[in-house]
Design a protein around this ligand. Structure first.
Ligand code: ME8
Length: 514
């Protein structure tokens, strides 16, 4: 049986500075989705990378006394190192300075041009280098003699230049019809916001620059480089072999299943990108999910406030899997959320160490001590046993629905309900007392508990791959029995188990010498 393809991408980050926890958040969420689909039997392609052109890169590099390419090389390596430290299971790490990306960007330009959608004119307007975007006069405001974009608060400067334009206005009605379709842009609040922006009227879009040269040259007029968003968005198809639309990758994976992005770049993905694709005669993404922003202790991260959090520091302080779990459990995906050290410590000690870690350690230690270190034989199941087993086995269906809606927090909440039930079951059954009174019953209770842990560990693998790998090792679950298709099997009595060791130790404050 051939498996269904599933293509998922992150936004590609600007490597003009260091990666921060907002980038980590997006990449972890996308990775969790990719891993879930792989475990559910899909043929997954997952791409992430860096967006290396544009004025912002050039200006930052000049300030640092280096070339834009040198800056891109240095920082792209840092972004990739972050992904590796976060165990991000990407299939390709794309850089927009990759050779195949120039060819793809020029090819999509030529397709749009051949379709009559590109013309040369003059542009004058307020440009934000930070956002790499033009704003209309009424989208800006003056504060202390300086003009800013209202929506993002970034500084804008008056810019006049000869520019190529894309006939975006032509696509207005088609875009509005697109937003009527269920599921194209999530969450609902973003869909309403974008639809109302488009209803307000679309101008044609300036898509080339002549005031700097750090970009993909416009085919046929090398005085111009492409507007960075034209080449940036194209990365999603470069990674599938475009312009060779007959290639195996393109045929298999386009159109993309999910573009995962942050809410601040919805406009580029939900307005420009569909219009470019229509113009180029290509299919549209199935879904764009715009997640919320991660704040730090409730505040916006900023270099001047000095609260920019380095994800690799968090990994060393708290461990990778607890960080991944915290980010997805704590924040309702799609809403803004807040990172705090207290928040993550609480999750480690309650959800991980207490609820799941302790349950596994207590039950597996009893098995090691009282059942000869093998999966125990079970007797007939009581109504309580059967309910526990059924509740655990019934998780896959609703969790799958949660994942298909990118409602990661809901899936985890649902799973942790079953863990709480299992803790109550274990306490109520008192297997430690049964040891003396009814050994067979004790074995049954331990079997039911271990089996529930197996179900839970299988489902939590996408979020905490290495800890759940360890937990499944403790249950001696074979590597090829770790797909979701194995959920309807059970542990085999008599299977030898390794000596149990705790998977989630409690968080202890590091000792200081003073
Ligand atoms: O926008 N919380 O790059 P970028 C959550 N190059 N997500 C955040 C965040 C925060 N505090 N800060 C940023 C770009 N992000 C473009 C994308 S795609 C063809 C081009 C998210 O480095 C942001 O929303 O500014 C975006 O999805 C991603 O990080 C990269 O942001």
């Amino acid at each position: 049986m051939t498996s269904t393809p599933f293509y998922i991408t992150t936004a590609i980050a600007y490597p003009n500075g260091d990666p921060h926890i907002g980038h980590a958040y997006e990449h972890i969420a996308t990775d969790v989705m990719a891993r879930f689909k792989r475990l559910d039997g899909y043929d997954v392609r997952f791409m992430t990378g860096t967006d290396e052109h544009g004025q912002k890169m050039q200006t930052t590099a000049e300030k640092l006394g280096m070339t834009a390419k040198e800056l891109a090389d240095k920082n792209a390596a840092r972004f990739r190192a972050m992904d590796d430290a976060l165990d991000i299971s990407y299939d390709r790490y794309i850089r927009t300075t990759d050779e195949d990306h120039y060819a793809a960007s020029q090819a999509i330009w030529k397709r749009m041009e051949a379709n009559g959608d590109i013309y040369l004119d003059k542009y004058a307007g307020w440009y934000s280098v930070r956002d790499e975007a033009y704003y209309a006069e009424d989208e800006t405001e003056v504060r202390d003699g300086q003009r800013f974009a209202i929506s993002t608060g970034t500084e804008v400067t008056w810019t006049e230049e000869e520019s190529y334009f894309f006939r975006l206005s032509k696509y207005q009605d088609r875009l509005l019809a697109l937003y009527e379709q269920e599921g194209f842009l999530f969450p609902e609040s973003r869909r309403n916001e974008i639809a109302s922006f488009v209803r307000g009227g679309l101008n044609d879009l300036s898509i080339s620059r002549t005031t700097f040269d750090w970009g993909v040259p416009v085919p046929g007029n090398e005085k111009h480089v492409m507007y960075v968003w034209v080449d940036a968005l194209t990365n999603y198809i470069t990674g599938l072999g475009f312009p060779d639309t007959d290639s195996e990758l393109f045929q298999k994976y386009w159109p993309v299943d999910v573009h995962m992005i942050g809410k601040d770049i919805s406009r580029f993905h939900a307005i420009y990108w569909p219009a470019f694709l229509w113009s180029a005669g290509l299919e549209l993404p199935q879904r764009i999910f715009a997640h919320g922003f991660l704040l730090v202790d409730g505040e916006k991260m900023s270099k001047s406030v000095g609260n920019v959090v380095d994800p690799e520091d968090l990994v060393s302080s708290f461990g990778l899997d607890p960080l991944r779990f915290f980010l997805l459990r704590e924040v309702s995906f799609g809403q803004d959320g807040s990172y705090s050290a207290e928040g993550i410590k609480n999750r480690i000690n309650s959800d991980l160490a207490n609820d799941l870690g302790n349950l596994a350690q207590r039950s597996l230690s009893m098995i090691a001590k009282n059942c000869g270190g093998v999966v125990p034989e079970h007797g007939e199941f009581t109504a309580e046993d059967q309910k526990m087993l059924d509740d655990a086995a019934a998780l896959l269906e609703p969790v799958r629905v949660d994942f298909d809606q990118q409602a990661f927090h809901k899936a985890l909440e649902r799973i942790w309900h079953v863990i709480a039930d299992c803790n109550r079951y274990f306490t109520a059954q008192e297997p430690w007392k049964l040891k003396k009174t009814d050994e067979e019953r004790m074995k049954t209770v331990l079997f039911v508990t271990a089996e529930t842990i197996r179900q839970v560990a299988l489902l939590v693998q996408p979020v905490m791959p290495s800890s759940m790998g360890k937990m499944l090792d403790l249950l001696a679950v074979a590597d090829d029995d770790r797909q979701f298709s194995s959920m309807d099997k059970t542990l085999t009595p008599g299977t030898e188990l390794p000596q149990p060791t705790p998977v989630f130790p409690r968080y202890e404050e590091p000792k200081t010498d003073s």
